[in-house]
Write a protein that binds this ligand. Structure first.
Ligand SMILES: Nc1ncnc2c1ncn2[C@@H]1O[C@H](COP(=O)(O)OP(=O)(O)OP(=O)(O)O)[C@@H](O)[C@H]1O
Ligand SMILES: [Mg+2]
Length: 361
């Protein structure tokens, strides 16, 4: 059963660091997602884990054994590449039964395994087609079936669902999770889709610029991100600059840019006069009698709720949600907003400014 350990892994191309100094342990049977913006090093990291690339520095251990220099073919991994790589000259049936056949199964057994996984991705009726005769999304589904049918205990999925329709993508992500949990497989799933990461993972690793920003369960990352970048990148959030005006042993008092005072729970490690950024998700902002004065600039129908976009005197944009059966406010209407005290997160204001600190390069 694979437990993977990365120790100070760096992958460098000349001056470019694709991945820098990564320490990470992936538990046996864990469904781990690597989430981050384009170019942050996700594919590079997965290539190092697979054995396709030898890292410039650092070690890769599988079950305690140093496999840094072991090539991919000797690592027992199922790999769905970001750019689909089916064997173009083999029909779907043969592509998927290739793994089991290589492990010494008979043609019949191999085909049985292939059928099982093709059925799962709804491609059983395409057995006799060549990859070139399938759409991009269909090829991706066959590639997933093939990786699973290989019998590998470690599955590496690099953006496996990106070419699929939203509906199929959702169905398939739950199917994959259900199946790998049933089989006890360890999964490392690369994506830049935060909803996908939230809904399938035991744990999410947030990456940026070749490094790990933080890693935790989806719930903890959403509710209590340690890092401003995570707060911004996972889910939606309002970011407001301010400073610490006062504190006691339970709360801190924040003065926002327009002079409004906001009381926030916890965050005792801040000191008076610290420059901070307040992060509060739209679902924790409510209209009230007295709070931050703002004007409604836009109302958006989201299907299951309304999104109200407001602008404060400081020009800060604050968004909040109201239930779909409520009457939304009018554009131009003035209102007062308060924030859920427990669900407001406070971060040290980054020296480079908020925009730079959350930039998705
Ligand atoms: N073979 C290579 N030679 C030189 N630079 C590379 C090579 N492969 C990747 N890089 C660089 O390493 C960085 C990380 O690339 P990588 O493909 O790992 O990003 P990613 O997070 O997978 O992005 P995406 O979401 O767009 O797939 C990029 O700046 C990229 O240009
Ligand atoms: Mg990639």
């Amino acid at each position: 059963m694979p437990r993977i350990s990365l120790q100070k892994v760096t992958m460098r191309f000349g001056d470019i660091y694709a991945v820098r100094d990564i320490d990470l342990v992936i538990k046996d049977g864990e469904y781990l997602t690597i989430l981050g913006p384009s170019g942050c090093g996700k594919t590079s990291l997965i290539k190092v884990i697979s054995g396709l690339w030898t890292p410039s520095e650092g070690r890769v251990l599988i079950d305690g054994e140093d496999v840094t220099d072991v090539p991919i073919e000797d690592r027992q991994v199922g790999y769905v590449f970001q750019n689909i790589a089916l064997f173009p000259h083999m029909k779907v049936a043969k592509n998927v039964s290739f793994g089991p056949r290589m492990q010494g199964k008979t043609t019949e057994e191999g085909q049985e395994t292939a059928d099982r996984f093709l059925k799962l991705v709804n491609m059983l009726d395409r057995l006799n087609m060549f990859p070139g005769e399938l759409s991009g999304g269909e090829q991706q589904k066959v590639a997933i079936a093939r990786a699973m049918a290989s019998g590998a205990r470690l599955l590496l999925l690099d953006e496996p669902l990106s070419a699929l329709d939203a509906r199929v993508r959702m169905d398939l992500r739950y199917e994959i999770r259900r199946l790998v949990k049933e089989l006890g497989i360890t999964v490392i799933h690369v994506t830049h889709d935060q909803d996908e990461a939230m809904s399938v993972s035991d744990r999410i690793v947030v990456m940026r610029n070749g490094s790990i920003v933080e890693s935790d369960s989806p719930m903890r990352l959403y509710r209590r991100p340690n890092n401003l970048f995570t707060a911004y990148f996972i889910g939606e959030t309002n970011l407001l600059e301010g400073m610490v005006a006062d504190k006691d042993d339970r709360n801190i008092l924040i003065k926002l840019r327009d002079g409004t005072d906001i009381k926030v729970g916890g965050n005792r490690h801040f000191n008076i006069n610290d420059a901070i950024v307040l992060s509060v998700r739209p679902e924790y902002v409510y209209p009230a009698k007295e709070g931050l004065s703002a004007k409604v600039v836009q109302v958006i129908y989201m299907g299951s709720y309304w999104r109200v976009v407001t602008r404060a005197k400081s020009e800060d944009i604050v968004e909040y949600n109201i239930p779909k059966h409520h009457e939304p406010p009018n554009i131009g209407q003035g209102l007062e907003l308060v924030f859920n005290r427990k669900m407001s997160m406070v971060y040290k204001r980054p020296k480079e400014g908020i925009a730079e600190a959350v930039r998705l390069e």
